[in-house]
Design a protein around this ligand. Structure first.
Ligand SMILES: Cc1cc2nc3c(=O)[nH]c(=O)nc-3n(C[C@H](O)[C@H](O)[C@H](O)COP(=O)(O)OP(=O)(O)OC[C@H]3O[C@@H](n4cnc5c(N)ncnc54)[C@H](O)[C@@H]3O)c2cc1C
Length: 472
C-alpha cells in the first residue's frame, strides 16, 4: 500500500490532494516563484491528525514540508521538484482554543490567520501586536515558524517575544504539549524558542499560547518628508523621548518605493506637492483615555523641524486619513508584484549604521549593474531595511536576474562589514540558505546542525531549508 493510500485512509479522501490543479497553489509562493511538485498535499483537521500524518510519513521515510498561509518570502513552504515530498497544510487547524483576559493570554491553533488572532484579542479589549502587510493571509503558525517581525517590533518585539508556549508535532509524529501560559518557567532549555524561527525544520507547530497587551485604539500618525536617512535616524530618539512608551511604528520609505506604490496602487496619493528623497511613517498609539498622543507627536515634529530633520509633515486627522498614510507603506510589497522583476533582500544593522550602510550598498550595487533601482523601505527603528532591486529604467528583468548573485554579494558584504544580518525577518528558507551558510560563524553553524540532528535524525522535516541539503 502506498503512503498516499495510508494517508487517505487515515485522514479521509477530502484531506489528501493529488490532482495537479488542487496542489498547484502549494507549489508556488505569493510572488509566483518556485516550481515544486509534491507527492501530495495533506490537510489534517486536528493535532491528532497532524501527528498521524507525520508518523506515517516518518515510517515511509518521506519528507514533510509544513505550509501555513504561503506568504513566506524565502521559499520555506515550497516542496522541491522531486515529486517525493508531502506538503502538510495547517489551514484547517483554525480554532481559537481559549482566551484569558485576566492573564493576558490567547491560545490559538496554528492555521488561524493573523488578522483573526488580532480580532480575537480585540474582542476582549486586548491587543495582539504582531502586524504585517500579509496579515490577511499569513497564519500564526507561519509567523512563529519564521519569527516574523513587521511594523510593531519597535515596541513589542518579534514574534518570539509574543509567545509563551507551543504545541508541536515532532518529526517522528510525537506530540509535545508545551502550551503553558507561564511567564516564569526556568525548568531547563527553552524548547518553545527553539521552534520559533526554525522554519518548519524541527517540527510542526500546531497551537500556540500568545501574550496579549492593553488595547491601543488611539493613534497619532504622521507621514514625514525627510532630507536624508541620517535625519530619519537622528529623529528617532527625538520622537522616543517626546512620546514616552507610546511610539508604535517608525517606518522608512524611499522615493523609489513610494513611486512604485503611486504607479500601481490606485487609491494611493502623494501626500506632498513636491518629491522628497525619503519619507517616514511615525505612529504613536495609546489607550482610549490617552489624550496626550497628539501633543506628543506635535512636540516631536516641532523639534524635528527646528533641527532641520523634517522637511514636511502631514498628520492624519481621521481614521481614514490614517489608513491612506499606511497604504503608502503597506502597499509597497503588493505594488512591486506589478512592477516587473524584483530581487528581494531583507537586512539589518545597528540602527546608527543604517545611513552609511545604505550609501555604501547603493554604490556597490551601481558598480555591479549601473542604474539598478533600489526600492528601499523598512523598519528603521529596528535597523532593518528591505532592499528590493528592480531593473534599471529601460533595462530588462533578464539582466537583473543574470546579475542576481553579484548583486546579492554586494549587499551581503556591506552588511557583513557592519556586523549585520543578511535575513532580518524573512528567514532563510532556500533563497538565503547558502549565502547564510557561507557567512555564518562555523561554530554557530555546527550548533545549528547538532540541533537539527538531535530533533530530526532522519532529516525528514522540511529538508533543504535553513541548512544546506548536505547537512545532517
Ligand atoms: C505582502 C507581504 C508583507 C510581508 N511583510 C512582512 C514583514 O513586515 N515582516 C516579516 O517578518 N515578514 C513579512 N512577510 C513574510 C512573512 O514571513 C510571512 O508573511 C509569514 O510570517 C509567514 O506565514 P505563513 O503562514 O504565510 O507561512 P508560510 O509561507 O506558509 O511558511 C513559512 C515558513 O514557515 C513554515 N511553517 C508554516 N507553518 C508552520 C507551522 N505551523 N509549523 C512549522 N512550520 C511552519 C514553512 O514550512 C515555511 O518554512 C511579508 C509577506 C508578504 C507577502
Amino acid at each position: 500500500v502506498s503512503l498516499v493510500d495510508d494517508l487517505t485512509s487515515a485522514l479521509g479522501p477530502g484531506a489528501v490532494l493529488t490532482e495537479p490543479d488542487d496542489v498547484a497553489a502549494y507549489c508556488t509562493d505569493w510572488r509566483g516563484a518556485g516550481s515544486g511538485r509534491p507527492l501530495c498535499v495533506v490537510r489534517p483537521g486536528s493535532t491528532a491528525e497532524v501527528s498521524t500524518a507525520v508518523r506515517l510519513c516518518h515510517e515511509a521515510g518521506t519528507p514533510v514540508v509544513p505550509h501555513g498561509g504561503g506568504t513566506g518570502l524565502s521559499g520555506g513552504a515550497l516542496p522541491d521538484d522531486s515529486g517525493s515530498q508531502v506538503v502538510l497544510s495547517l489551514a484547517r487547524l483554525r480554532a481559537v482554543r481559549g482566551v484569558d483576559a485576566a492573564g493576558d493570554t490567547l491560545t490559538v491553533e496554528a492555521g488561524v490567520v493573523l488578522a483573526d488572532v488580532q480580532a480575537a484579542a480585540a474582542s476582549v479589549d486586548r491587543l495582539f501586536p504582531l502586524s504585517l502587510a500579509s496579515e490577511g493571509s499569513c497564519t500564526i503558525g507561519g509567523n512563529l515558524a519564521t519569527n516574523a517581525g513587521g511594523t510593531a517590533v519597535l515596541r513589542y518585539g518579534m514574534a518570539r517575544d509574543l509567545v509563551l508556549g507551543l504545541e508541536v508535532v515532532l518529526p517522528d509524529g510525537r506530540v509535545w504539549d508545551g502550551l503553558r501560559p507561564l511567564r516564569k518557567d526556568n525548568t531547563g532549555y527553552d524548547l518553545t524558542q527553539l521552534f520559533v524561527g526554525s522554519e518548519g525544520t524541527l517540527g510542526i507547530i500546531t497551537a500556540a499560547t500568545l501574550r496579549l497587551f492593553p488595547a491601543t485604539p488611539r493613534h497619532a500618525t504622521a507621514w514625514l518628508a525627510l532630507p536624508s536617512v541620517e535625519a530619519a535616524v537622528s529623529l528617532l530618539p527625538v520622537v522616543r523621548s517626546r512620546s514616552g512608551g507610546s511610539l508604535a511604528a517608525y517606518e522608512l520609505v524611499s522615493r523609489e518605493a513610494l513611486d512604485t506604490v503611486l504607479r500601481h496602487v490606485p487609491a494611493a496619493r502623494d501626500a506632498f506637492g513636491e518629491p522628497h528623497e525619503w519619507y517616514a511613517l511615525v505612529e504613536l498609539a495609546g489607550a482610549a483615555t490617552d489624550d496626550s498622543l497628539d501633543d506628543a507627536l506635535e512636540a516631536a515634529l516641532a523639534e524635528g523641524f527646528e533641527q532641520s530633520l523634517v522637511a514636511d509633515a502631514v498628520v492624519a486627522g481621521s481614521p481614514s486619513q490614517r489608513e491612506s498614510l499606511w497604504l503608502l507603506r503597506e502597499g509597497i510589497s503588493e505594488a512591486q508584484n506589478h512592477d516587473g522583476a524584483s530581487l528581494k533582500h531583507d537586512v539589518s544593522v545597528p540602527v546608527t549604521l543604517l545611513p552609511e550602510l545604505l550609501a555604501d550598498t547603493a554604490a556597490r550595487l551601481d558598480a555591479v549593474l549601473p542604474g539598478v533601482r533600489l526600492v528601499t523601505y523598512g523598519h528603521v527603528g529596528d535597523g532593518n531595511v528591505h532592499h528590493n532591486l528592480a531593473a534599471p529604467v529601460g533595462g530588462s528583468g533578464d539582466d537583473l536576474r543574470a546579475a542576481a548573485g553579484d548583486l546579492a554579494d554586494a549587499i551581503y558584504d556591506a552588511v557583513a562589514e557592519r556586523g549585520g544580518s543578511i535575513s532580518a525577518e524573512h528567514g532563510l528558507g532556500t533563497t538565503k540558505r547558502d549565502a547564510n551558510a557561507a557567512r555564518k560563524d562555523p561554530v554557530e553553524l555546527d550548533l545549528m546542525r547538532s540541533i537539527k540532528q538531535a530533533l530530526d535524525p532522519a532529516g525528514l522535516m522540511n529538508p533543504g531549508k535553513v541548512l544546506p541539503a548536505d547537512s545532517p
